[in-house]
Design a protein around this ligand. Structure first.
Ligand SMILES: [Zn+2]
Ligand SMILES: [Zn+2]
Length: 112
């Protein structure tokens, strides 16, 4: 698995709820991401979740109680079961499953 790191990490321009089961993020580089809540919950990197990554999540675990943008570089989510997740922009971009990110077209490395 190759990791493509951009030199200038995108910042978060906008954050919104998409329907009841997803969160959308608009990025400073023009990218748009939509994250199903299940992907976000499974993507939680906290100690508790890292230990139980395969655990079954009920619908109640996958509801948002609260979410907020922390500046332009992190998103905080509080779940309806009281769990809290903090995502950095790097983690969020890794979780994006849009056609562009999933396909990860080879981009020429250009010096600037
Ligand atoms: Zn967690
Ligand atoms: Zn994407």
């Amino acid at each position: 698995m190759s990791s493509v790191k951009s030199k200038t990490p995108a910042r978060i321009r906008g954050l919104n709820e998409v329907g009841r089961y997803a969160v959308g993020i608009q990025w400073s580089d023009g990218h748009d991401s939509i994250y199903p809540l299940e992907n976000l919950r499974r993507g939680c990197r906290c100690n508790a979740c890292a230990g139980g990554a395969g655990q079954a999540l009920s619908a109640a675990d996958l509801r948002l109680a609260r979410f907020a943008r922390l500046g332009e570089e992190a998103v905080f989510i509080e779940w309806s079961d009281g769990h809290e997740t903090l995502f950095t922009t790097d983690q969020l971009r890794e979780l994006c499953r849009c056609a562009l990110c999933a396909g990860e077209p080879e981009r020429p490395i250009t010096g600037d």
